[in-house]
Design a protein around this ligand. Structure first.
Ligand SMILES: [Zn+2]
Ligand SMILES: [Zn+2]
Length: 200
């Protein structure tokens, strides 16, 4: 079992290391980083000038199976991996495009727990999008919170009522900024329990 961040190289590459390392700290688990590739644009809607996150995730699942060498842990045989183990790998794609899901104007990120894949877009996480001065530290912070939230969903966690918890569902940037980079006690117990159940 592993968690992988697949960082599309069109997203500022200098952020990939701080985001991945902080994600690993918040999740309290190893997170590997793949940042030398691009993911094909999928589900682009020319009217909205956005991509459909559900279509991206469906494609990401196929992509993951087509390129097992990117995601396979070193100590696992490729035949075994292709047959069983890929189901236990969780992949978070960082995409440069603005994303939506069919019932919402936009989403910061989306997870598809039954496939083990998630996506986060920094498009609406930058200060510039809201006419404020650029701030890389704030952007890293938001990407870590949003990434940890979606990975939490991949481990079976649902939304939490605690506005400070990673699993709280933010409606806007202010909600996201108000959250802290931690899982509340209840969500942490559930995350650790799920993780142990997933190891083999
Ligand atoms: Zn959520
Ligand atoms: Zn919580």
């Amino acid at each position: 079992m592993g968690v992988h961040v697949f960082w599309d190289s069109r997203v500022p590459i200098g952020l990939s290391r701080p985001v991945t390392e902080e994600l690993s700290g918040v999740l309290e688990m190893p997170v590997s980083r793949i940042d030398n590739g691009t993911f094909p644009l999928e589900g682009f809607d020319p009217m909205r000038q956005q991509c459909d996150a559900v279509k991206i995730l469906t494609k990401l699942d196929i992509f993951r199976q087509r390129y097992p060498q990117l995601f396979k842990p070193e100590n696992i045989d490729i035949g075994y991996y292709n047959k069983f183990n890929h189901l236990h790998e969780k992949v978070l794609l960082i995409t440069p495009v603005d994303i939506f899901e069919p019932l919402a104007d936009f989403v910061f990120g989306l997870a598809y727990p039954s496939l083990g894949v998630a996506v986060v877009s920094p498009a609406r996480l930058t200060n510039e999008f809201y006419g404020r001065h650029a701030d890389d530290d704030a952007l890293v912070d938001r990407m870590v919170k949003e990434g940890a939230h979606e990975i939490g969903h991949l481990f079976g966690l649902e939304h939490c009522d605690n506005p400070g918890c990673i699993m709280y569902c933010p409606r806007n940037l202010d909600d996201l900024d108000r959250k802290r980079k931690y899982f509340c006690g209840r969500c942490r117990i559930q995350l650790n329990g799920q993780r142990e159940g997933d190891l083999f």
